[in-house]
Design a binder for this molecule. Structure first.
Ligand code: AMP
Length: 179
């Protein structure tokens, strides 16, 4: 059993969602468990403590939930990386490829000062496409981003490895085999 097997047991797996062959790792059941959710935040915070993080950047939408807990715990700001068309102010964005089609992440252009230390946060890293786009966007904005933390890693999909190749230290609490 891994160290975080207690948290792993709180993540529900829904087979064939959103399409056949995908095992959807559903963190909504972890969020419903008060002590489990608090423990997840505490362990994620411990993984990046001491790195001088000034902002956590959460990826819409499930990343926001964990980023908010971390921002509170670490007493740092929270930067929202949003889907297109949501942010009201002047914004910058990065398009990235999905298996079918493309998607885009945006942030307010003035959200992050040059050289600020930012930690990336999301619920899960799979192929890494989303997280790499987030790193590219934050670096364009002048952020120093050398750490990222996820509740779940799917190591067989290689995303964490790609992030490491991009110079980012990757932390996670739980791993699942396969897709
Ligand atoms: P990727 O860009 O492939 O690393 O996918 C990461 C994003 O897709 C994250 O924001 C996840 O919330 C979501 N995601 C990808 N695969 C899964 C999965 N098997 N279960 C739940 N969420 C997933």
């Amino acid at each position: 059993m891994s160290l975080d097997a207690d948290l792993q047991a709180l993540v529900r797996t829904i087979p064939d969602h959103p399409k056949p062959g995908i095992q959807f790792r559903d963190i909504s059941t972890l969020l419903l468990d008060g002590p489990g959710f608090a423990e997840a935040i505490d362990r994620m915070a411990a993984s990046i403590a001491g790195e001088g993080t000034q902002l956590v950047a959460g990826i819409e939408a499930r990343g926001f939930v964990f980023a908010a807990g971390l921002a509170y715990k670490l007493k740092c700001g929270l930067l929202m990386l949003r889907k297109p068309g949501k942010l009201p102010g002047a914004r910058i964005g990065v398009d990235y490829a999905l298996e079918y089609g493309t998607d885009r992440l945006e942030m307010h252009a003035d959200a992050c000062g040059e050289g600020m230390r930012v930690a990336l946060v999301d619920d899960l890293i799979a192929t890494g496409g989303t997280a790499l786009a987030a790193v590219e966007l934050l670096r364009q904005a002048g952020a120093v981003i050398d750490t990222a933390t996820f509740v779940i890693d799917l190591p067989e999909l290689g995303g964490a490895e790609k992030l490491r190749e991009a110079g980012v230290t990757v932390h996670h609490l739980i791993e699942f085999d396969g897709h």
